[in-house]
Design a protein around this ligand. Structure first.
Ligand SMILES: *Cc1c(COP(=O)(O)O)cnc(C)c1O
Length: 430
């Protein structure tokens, strides 16, 4: 079907990128569980390998089921192209790979998913890359952190785990002025609540593991390109603007124009890094995305009800949900994600670490897991789990001190969620 911009989100989340299977008429996108695809003849094979013709070669690079998912996410985000990969963390490496070289750095928000802080503070150093973490509410310090080796700015739209909202327009303006791309992790917001490209972002990354799939079945990631960045202007992004030795001297920007970043991600990123999504995972994610808007509406409605109730419970010190008037980010919701502040927030318990552990262990409907964005309500105590690799200082900067519990509100009945929270909280004060 045509993915005309005239179609609404609810239509596109079901139809974008998919059409009945040409061979069988299958209405649902088939799972093309095949490693390789037959060339029509040697001439056809040569054209595919030269990127002169689009088609399928080998599933490390491209696969029809995954291509459908890529197009659907690209359309929902308002981008020109997308590359799916094996996880959200793979997507982050895939997004940085075309931009970075040894000695280069990125500016990253202190308020990021814990695993991202770890990836950026330690693992990327093995590639000779580094990250400078700054407070993204302090625009001056973002500006001041940019130096001649800075290749990108990285933040989350709705930042995990506290539900902080980043003023994407302000941060995009800083990136623009510095002549570098803004990469936004849009996992917690999803394109239904926020479209970072509309706020000036260059590249979007997703953990499709979370809300996009929405049912806790598969890990996956996606990199979406806005197609708006001029890779040739500054000379900083030579892998895109200059002859690329890894692809027999091809100049990606000159050859592919606005699709340069996406083609680079497939032809070099997936080919050589091999962080490929599998067709089964793409299938589950495609099924999930069909109901994205319905689920996000319910996540937001439930989160609002539950956080309002939590604020009044005597065991609770603080609730950080940007949908609450008490949040310093309340005003930003209207600007950045007017349909709602998502389903993710933290609470701090007056009883500290011990109360948190007791609370988590006594919940019944909520599952204690290291995941978020599921249709089920989930809870975790970051200081003892996802964020335990971080120093207490880093934990506090990320909003995950020892007294903090992260809650990912599902789409169950809100009254049931509240009574479950009540019985577990009551036990912490006994
Ligand atoms: C989960 C998550 C990631 C990492 O994604 P994986 O699929 O687990 O690799 C990155 N960013 C955010 C915001 C996440 O929630």
């Amino acid at each position: 079907m045509a993915n005309g911009p005239s179609y609404g989100f609810d239509t596109l989340q079901i139809h974008a990128g998919s059409s009945p299977d040409p061979a069988t008429g299958s209405r649902q996108t088939p799972i093309y569980q095949s490693t390789a695809f037959v060339f029509q003849n040697s001439e056809h094979a040569a054209r595919l390998f030269n990127l002169q013709e689009l088609g399928y070669i080998y599933s490390r690079l491209t696969n029809p089921t995954i291509a459908t998912l890529q197009e659907r996410i690209a359309v929902l985000e308002g981008g020109v192209g997308a590359v799916c990969c094996s996880s959200g963390h793979a997507a982050q490496i895939m997004a940085l790979f075309p931009l970075m070289k040894p000695g280069k750095n990125i500016i990253a928000s202190t308020r990021l998913y814990g695993g991202t802080v770890t990836q950026f503070s330690n693992t990327i150093k093995r590639f000779g890359w580094s990250a400078k973490f700054v407070d993204f509410d302090d625009f001056e310090s973002i500006k001041n952190a940019v130096d001649k080796d800075t290749q990108a700015i990285f933040c989350e739209a709705i930042a995990n785990p506290g539900g902080y909202i980043t003023d994407l327009d302000e941060v995009a303006a800083i990136a623009d002025k510095a002549g570098i791309p803004l990469i936004v992790d849009n996992t917690s917001a999803t394109p239904y609540l926020c479209r970072p490209i509309d706020h000036g972002a260059t590249i979007i990354v997703h953990s499709t593991t979370k809300y996009l799939t929405g049912n806790g079945t598969v890990t996956g990631g996606c990199v979406v390109d806005s197609g708006k960045f001029d890779w040739t202007k500054s000379g900083k992004f030579s892998s895109l603007s200059e002859p690329e030795p890894a692809y027999h001297g091809l100049k990606f920007a000159e050859t592919f124009g606005e699709m340069a970043f996406t083609f680079h991600g497939i032809a070099i990123g997936l080919r050589d890094l091999g962080m490929t999504m599998n067709p089964q995972a793409a299938h589950y994610s495609l099924l999930g995305i069909e109901t994205l808007s319905l689920r996000m509406e319910k996540h937001v409605a439930n989160a609002l009800k539950v956080t309002n109730w939590l604020e009044s419970h005597p065991a609770v010190d603080k609730v950080t949900y940007a949908g609450l008037e008490s949040s310093p980010y309340f005003e930003r919701v209207e600007k950045i994600c007017p349909k709602g502040a998502g389903g993710l927030f933290t609470i701090s318990l007056k009883g500290g670490y011990d109360s948190c552990v007791k609370f988590v262990d006594n919940l019944d409907i909520f599952s204690h897991v290291a995941n978020l964005g599921d249709s089920r309500s989930l809870v975790i105590h970051p200081a003892s789990t996802t964020h335990r690799q971080l120093t207490t200082e880093q934990q506090r900067a990320a909003g995950t001190g020892p007294e903090i519990v992260r809650i990912s509100i599902g789409i169950e009945d809100s009254d049931d969620l509240i009574s479950d929270l009540k019985q577990a909280l009551d036990k912490t004060v006994k």
